[in-house]
Design a protein around this ligand. Structure first.
Ligand code: ZN
Length: 172
């Protein structure tokens, strides 16, 4: 990620262990820490709400609404913002219930982000496709899929697959 030390321009900068950049010449240290991200199972009578991804990684595959938590945000606050941005849905932050968390790896523009994904669920029984305003740059479509009709292999990320399995077991 760094070819030269951003502080002293030395070429000796190295990536150590799993997340530390360190420059032996000037002592510059940068922690590429785990980023926190959220995702939400929104369940309506029509099924679980999935997004079809419009960009890599996982273009054309299913994903849950959510995203990275911004600096200064709490998890539910970040998730609420993502649902407004991605789908035009404004839920109350208190309505999101945490049920699982898994690590994930998210390659984006040649940088690998290790994320800690937090999974929430929310019941919105009356929600239908007409209520949604999908953000076209990120989402090529939305689908409500009932548990019995879901092919888990269409889901883009391992952490999301795991969380959906946990949720379906829990919801039985
Ligand atoms: Zn340096």
């Amino acid at each position: 990620m760094f070819r030269y030390c951003p502080a002293c321009a030395s070429e000796m900068i190295r990536f150590e262990e799993t997340r530390v950049f360190r420059c032996p010449d000037c002592g510059f240290t940068y922690y590429h820490n785990t980023a926190a991200a959220t995702a939400c199972i929104v369940r309506s009578d029509a099924g679980i709400l999935f997004l079809v991804r419009n960009r890599e990684p996982g273009k054309g595959m299913l994903d849950l609404p959510g995203g990275f938590i911004d600096p200064g945000e709490g998890a539910m606050e970040g998730l609420r913002r993502e649902l407004i941005e991605e789908l035009g849905l404004d839920f109350k932050a208190d309505d999101f219930k945490l049920f699982a968390s898994f690590p994930n790896k998210y390659p984006y523009k040649n940088i690998l982000y290790n994320t800690c994904d937090l999974f929430f669920y929310l019941d919105a029984p009356d929600l239908i496709e007409r209520d949604l305003k999908p953000e076209e740059a990120e989402i090529s479509g939305v689908q409500f899929i009932k548990a019995a009709e879901l092919d888990i292999e269409r889901i883009a990320f391992e952490s999301v697959k795991k969380a959906v399995k946990v949720y379906l077991e829990m919801a039985k």
